[in-house]
Write a protein that binds this ligand. Sequence first.
Ligand SMILES: [Zn+2]
Ligand SMILES: [Zn+2]
Length: 250
Amino acid sequence: MKLTVVGCSGSFPSAESACSSYLVEADGFRLLLDMGNGALGELQRHCGLYDLDAIFLSHLHADHCIDMCAYFVARYYRHDGGRCDPIPVYGPEGTEHRLTTAYADTPTASSMSEVFDFHTVKPSTFEVGPFTVHTERVAHPVEAYAIRVEHAGRSLTYSGDTGVSEALTELARDTDLFLCEAAFTHGKENIPDLHLNGREAGETATRAGARRLLLTHIPPWTDPQVNLTDARAVYSGPVELATPRRSYEI
Ligand SMILES: [Zn+2]
Ligand SMILES: [Zn+2]
């Protein structure tokens, strides 16, 4: 399994990175986790516009899904006059309505579903191409999911956006790579059920027995080195900051 960080900036894009978007590949299958602001442009560095096989949206905050509006245009109004076949899009309840209204005030009811095959995510286990996927509801102001992707005995767990969450700890149990958000700074921001800080991400990784930790979703106004140091203080495994355009073998 290969993970490529398409974008990892938290809440809004930085000069260096688009918002959340992660490409997971195995057996020639491409699953994209989230498509935040700027992700569609960055994605084209890593694969062709029409090479995605499935998309998972952790939740419907703009920094995780808004480039789906641009991707709709690319799939619906192909310059060769054709229209792309629908690809599976897994998202929380109301994903189609949210994206449709974000795209236009008066959308045609069916247009998005002509190029996206929407599936409503619940806490469950299902197959996506060659992957076995587990989803769990996490602690965020809107319906939000973390996802564990498994392939050939290896696993990646992505937190999405969450505060401290027992469900996330269980989902990340013994995972090979834990891609965990650390949007807040320990001792500075403390709002329950919104985001983790570096220390809480490290503590979650330790409790879960995760083998490797990648901190992500750090906003441009937050010092990533502080969050990295805070995570290292409580997690003894390898930990680093997610880096845009970098790939990780799992
Ligand atoms: Zn976010
Ligand atoms: Zn969010």
